[in-house]
Design a protein around this ligand. Structure first.
Ligand SMILES: *Cc1c(COP(=O)(O)O)cnc(C)c1O
Length: 404
């Protein structure tokens, strides 16, 4: 059976983890701080805070911005549940909008229609690793008529004076938009380093801070470091210094720090990300693209254009003119040929938690159509060319059997 997305665990990763274990410092410490610095350098953002997951990072940012009951946050209907759940955790309402047919990204026309005086933030998602059209989103929130609607309830909202653009960049570390990497495309971006993501730390995430003047991103970095450790004025490493045992708790914070064990995996992954990982992932995408280009039934994914380059996170193949039942049948046959595939994603209105909150799938026809015809193919470092051919054959055979 060809698996869908196993992590790349090799001797380099193991050696770095063992080095951390033997160092005597396993929680947040020097390796986490180094990982943050390297990420900041890589993205070109103003500061990066390593956290325990992208979900925790997104929620910390929403809470910092004062999102609460009565507020609305615009999210795409086509995403992983984390994007909406963090809004619900804060007591606010996720306002789901439809996505584009071609690239699966949030529809900017739909965002514009969904903005109300309660809108406090937008969370665009770089689906499969392709950045959204951020110039248009950033211009939209800066329009005078949109700013005039914005009602600031906290000093942070007052300082920004407009809707916050918080990018869910869980898929898109290393992707490009107009010669800039993700992390600097919006006010704040959050990466995921979950086990199946492009760059993994087993579990983890990072908040890339890029807020405009007069925000002090360095001060905010300090704020988030404190806020994700119970509001404790010193972290465990600082308390270890001679005689420095006393600390204060400034506010009732959260617990969402990254550990040095996990950061050590991230350090190895980041070091070889551009020169090795992304090259391999692009190769896999190119092989799929070439193999399916001649199939009349294939709608090929969009992963590079004049403004954007994907991080090649998920290969989103669509089959033309099929329904959900046929798609499921194709997937079953692919599995019967010993190849694991997946669907990214079930739009949120299909899932009980959101159905029960009144969201209706029929309000998001493009998200549903993209979903009902979509099959995600394996993409990972250890996939060989022979395995790729086996996957391609299994997909072609299964689609052609179901369509015949
Ligand atoms: C994986 C994922 C997340 C959550 O990441 P975690 O690090 O597991 O919290 C958020 N958004 C999207 C789109 C994802 O795919």
């Amino acid at each position: 059976m060809i698996p869908f997305s196993p992590p790349r665990i090799d001797d380099k990763i193991i050696a770095e983890v063992v080095d951390t274990l033997k160092s005597g410092w396993i929680t947040t410490g020097p390796k986490t701080k180094l990982f943050e610095k390297k990420l900041t350098g890589y993205c070109g953002c103003k500061a990066t805070v390593a956290v325990s997951s992208a979900t925790a990072g997104l929620e910390l940012v929403l809470r910092w911005f004062g999102i609460k009951e009565g507020d609305e946050v615009i999210v795409p209907a086509y995403t992983y549940c984390a994007t909406a759940n963090v809004v619900i955790h804060c007591g606010a309402k996720p306002i789901m909008v439809d996505v584009n047919q071609d690239d699966f990204c949030i529809s900017i026309e739909a965002i514009e229609k969904a903005i109300t005086p309660r809108t406090k933030a937008i969370i665009p998602v770089d689906i499969a690793g392709l950045p959204c059209d951020y110039d248009r989103i950033n211009q939209l929130v800066c329009l005078n008529k949109i700013k005039a609607l914005f009602k600031a309830n906290t000093p942070e909202q007052e300082m920004l004076g407009r809707i916050l653009v918080l990018s869910d960049a869980a898929h898109s570390v290393g992707a490009w938009y107009k010669n800039k990497r993700t992390g600097v495309l919006t006010d704040v971006s959050v990466f995921s380093f979950h086990a199946v993501k492009n760059l993994t730390t087993a579990e983890g995430g990072a908040i890339a801070l890029n807020l405009p003047e007069p925000f002090d991103n360095q001060a905010l970095y300090q704020y988030f470091c404190t806020y994700m450790l119970h509001g404790q004025s010193k972290d465990a490493l600082a308390k270890m210094q001679k005689g420095a045992w006393r600390y204060d708790v400034i506010d009732a914070g959260y617990k969402a720090n990254m550990t040095d064990i996990l950061a050590s995996i991230g350090l190895v992954e980041l070091e070889r990300y551009d020169s090795d990982t992304l090259i391999k992932r692009k190769h896999i995408f190119d092989v799929y693209q070439k193999a399916f280009a001649s199939c009349k039934w294939a709608e090929l994914p969009h992963f590079e254009d004049e403004n954007r380059t994907s991080s090649y996170h998920v290969y989103l193949l669509r089959i033309k003119n099929i329904n959900e039942t046929q798609r499921d049948e194709i997937i079953q046959r692919i599995f019967d040929n010993d190849v694991s595939v997946n669907v990214h994603f079930q739009p949120l209105p299909l899932l009980s938690a959101y159905k029960n909150r009144g969201y209706k799938m029929s309000d998001y026809p493009i998200a549903f159509d993209n979903y009902q015809r979509e099959i995600s193919l394996p993409v990972y470092y250890d996939l060989t060319d022979e395995m790729l051919q086996q996957i391609i054959q299994a997909v072609k055979k299964s689609v052609e059997e179901v369509l015949s």
